[in-house]
Design a protein around this ligand. Structure first.
Ligand SMILES: Cc1ncc(COP(=O)(O)O)c(C=O)c1O
Length: 463
C-alpha cells in the first residue's frame, strides 16, 4: 500500500512499501511471466535490453508505478532509476498527466485526422528549441529514420556519417557500431541490413575531430548528413568534448551536408531546450535537423523531427520527400507530452540537477569506501558509472566505454536490485532521475549502496 503525497510540482512522492533486508534473487511471479512470454514473444521481451542478458537473472515484470517507485509482479517495490529509459521526467503516474490523458481518451483515442493537441505540442517544441517546424511521429527510431531520409532528399546525397557508440534507434542505416542494446548484447554486425544500405554509413570515433576532418576531406561531397547524439547516453554517459558539436556544424556547413542532432534522450530532459539549450545555444549556432522523443511523449509513444521551415517544406504534402504515419500525432500521446512539457519548468530542471548530483556523490562515496575503481560521468542530469581497473580519467568514446568491468557492474546491479533499487540493466546505459525522486527515495538508494559496492569489490581485480 502506498502512502501518496504530492510534491512541489504535483508529482506523486509515494512512501515505498517497506521491504525486507534484501529481496531474494528469485522472482517467482516474474519468472513465471517470462516463461509464458518466451512462448509467444522472442526472448520474452519487446525490446532486447529489458531481457537482463547483460546482467543475468530474471527481468522484473512491472505491475505498477507511482512517483519514484515501481512495483513488480512479486509485489516488491524499487526506486526506479530507469524512468522508462528517460521518458518519465515527472515520475510514474503523475496526477496531472493521468487526468489529462484520461479525459482525452474518454473523448476518443485516434481519428487519423488533425487535432488541436498536435498543434499545442508542436508549438511547445518550437518554443523551446531552434527548430521552426516539427513533424510528429510515434518513436525515436521513426524520427531518426525520417530525418535521415529528409537530409538525403534535401541534399541529393546518400552517405550518412555516424559515431561509434551512438544509438539512433534500429534504423537500417544507423545500426552500425551502435550503443545501447546492440552493444549490450554484443551483436557483432547488423544482420538483416542489406550490404548496400550498410555501405552508405560511415562510422567514426566519437569526439574525434581529426577523424571527422579526414573523412570529409575524402568524401565530404557525398555526405548527406552527420547524425550524432547531442550528448551520448547509449554507451553510458559520454558528453561531447567542448567544441565537438560546433565542429560538426562547421564541417557540415563547409561541405553542404546537414547536421542531425539526435536529442531523443537529452531533449527536454537535461534542460528545457535539451542539450542544445544546456551547452550549445549560447554559442549562437543550431543543428540543421533535430530529433526528439521520450520526454516529449510523457510516457506515451510520441517523437518528432524538425528544422527550419525551408528544410521541413521538402516533406510531403508540401514537398516531395514522403513520410507518414497512421498514429502520428495521436491525441492521447500528444496530450501526455504536452502536460509533461508544461510541467517541466526551470525549477524542475534545477531539482533534477540536484538529485543527480546527490546520487553521483552517494555512488562514488560508496564505491570509494570499498576501494572499487570507477568513474562517474555525466551529461547534464544523466549519468552513469564506469567500473575500471584502474578507473579511467574520462571516457570520451566507445573504445573507452567498452574497456570497463562489466562483471563488476552486474554484481553491483543485482545487489542494488535486491535492496530495492532498479538501475538500467546494462553498463552501457545512462541512469535517469525524475522529479518524483524525493528524500525517501534517495535514502533508499543510499541504504542499498554499501552492499552493492561490496558486491562489486568482491568480483575481484580481474587481473
Ligand atoms: C538517442 C536515441 N535516439 C533514438 C532512439 C530510438 O528511440 P525509440 O526507442 O523510441 O525508437 C533512442 C532510444 O533509446 C535514443 O536513445
Amino acid at each position: 500500500m502506498l502512502a501518496v503525497r504530492l510534491g512541489d510540482n504535483g508529482a506523486v512522492t509515494a512512501a515505498p512499501t517497506p521491504h525486507p533486508a534484501a529481496y531474494s534473487a528469485d522472482a517467482p511471479a516474474s519468472a513465471a511471466l517470462l516463461a509464458r512470454a518466451r512462448r509467444v514473444i522472442p526472448g520474452g521481451v519487446n525490446s532486447p535490453v529489458r531481457a537482463f542478458r547483460a546482467v543475468g537473472g530474471t527481468p522484473r515484470f512491472i505491475g505498477s508505478g507511482r512517483g519514484p517507485y515501481v512495483t513488480d509482479a512479486d509485489g516488491r517495490s524499487y526506486v526506479d532509476l530507469v524512468s522508462s529509459w528517460g521518458a518519465l521526467l515527472h515520475g510514474h503516474a503523475h496526477p496531472a498527466i493521468v487526468d489529462a490523458v484520461t479525459a482525452t481518451a474518454a473523448r476518443g483515442t485516434s481519428y487519423g485526422a488533425p487535432t488541436e493537441a498536435e498543434v499545442l505540442l508542436a508549438e511547445q517544441i518550437v518554443d523551446r528549441t531552434p527548430v521552426e517546424q516539427v513533424r510528429l511521429v510515434s518513436s525515436g527510431t521513426e524520427a531518426t529514420m525520417s530525418a535521415v531520409r529528409l537530409a538525403r532528399g534535401v541534399t541529393g546525397r546518400d552517405l550518412v556519417v555516424k559515431f561509434a557508440g551512438c544509438y539512433h534507434g534500429h534504423v537500417d542505416a544507423l545500426l552500425a557500431s551502435a550503443g545501447s542494446g546492440v552493444v549490450t548484447l554484443a551483436i557483432p554486425g547488423t544482420p538483416g541490413v542489406p550490404a548496400a544500405t550498410a555501405g552508405t554509413t560511415v562510422v567514426l570515433p566519437y569526439n574525434d575531430g581529426d577523424a571527422l576532418t579526414r573523412a570529409f576531406a575524402e568524401y565530404g561531397d557525398r555526405v548527406a548528413c552527420v547524425i550524432t547524439e547531442a550528448a551520448a547516453g547509449n554507451m553510458g554517459a559520454v558528453p561531447p568534448l567542448p567544441g565537438f558539436n560546433r565542429l560538426l556544424h562547421e564541417v557540415c556547413r563547409a561541405h553542404g551536408a546537414l547536421l542531425v542532432s539526435d536529442e531523443v534522450m537529452t531533449g527536454f530532459r537535461v534542460h528545457r531546450s535539451g542539450w542544445w539549450g544546456l551547452a550549445d545555444a549560447a554559442d549562437g549556432w543550431a543543428p540543421d535537423l533535430m530529433v526528439f522523443g521520450k520526454v516529449m511523449g510523457g510516457g506515451f509513444p510520441a517523437a518528432a523531427f524538425g528544422g527550419s521551415a525551408e528544410i521541413m517544406a521538402r516533406l510531403a504534402p508540401d514537398g516531395p520527400v514522403y513520410q507518414a504515419g497512421t498514429l502520428s500525432g495521436n491525441p492521447v500521446a500528444c496530450t501526455a507530452g504536452l502536460v509533461s512539457l508544461r510541467l517541466a519548468t526551470d525549477s524542475v530542471y534545477a531539482g533534477l540537477d540536484r538529485t543527480a548530483a546527490t546520487l553521483r556523490g552517494l555512488v562514488s562515496d560508496a564505491l570509494d569506501a570499498e576501494g572499487v575503481p570507477h568513474l562517474v560521468q555525466s551529461a547534464g542530469n544523466m549519468f552513469s558509472v564506469f567500473f575500471g581497473d584502474p578507473a579511467a580519467d574520462a571516457v570520451v568514446d566507445f573504445d573507452g566505454a567498452r574497456a570497463q568491468r562489466l562483471d563488476r557492474f552486474a554484481a553491483f546491479f543485482h545487489a542494488m536490485l535486491a535492496n530495492g533499487v532498479a538501475l538500467p540493466p546494462s553498463a552501457f546505459e545512462a541512469w535517469f532521475v525524475n522529479a518524483a525522486h524525493d528524500g525517501d527515495a534517495l535514502d533508499r538508494v543510499a541504504a542499498a549502496l554499501p552492499q552493492a559496492a561490496r558486491a562489486a569489490a568482491a568480483v575481484g581485480t580481474g587481473a
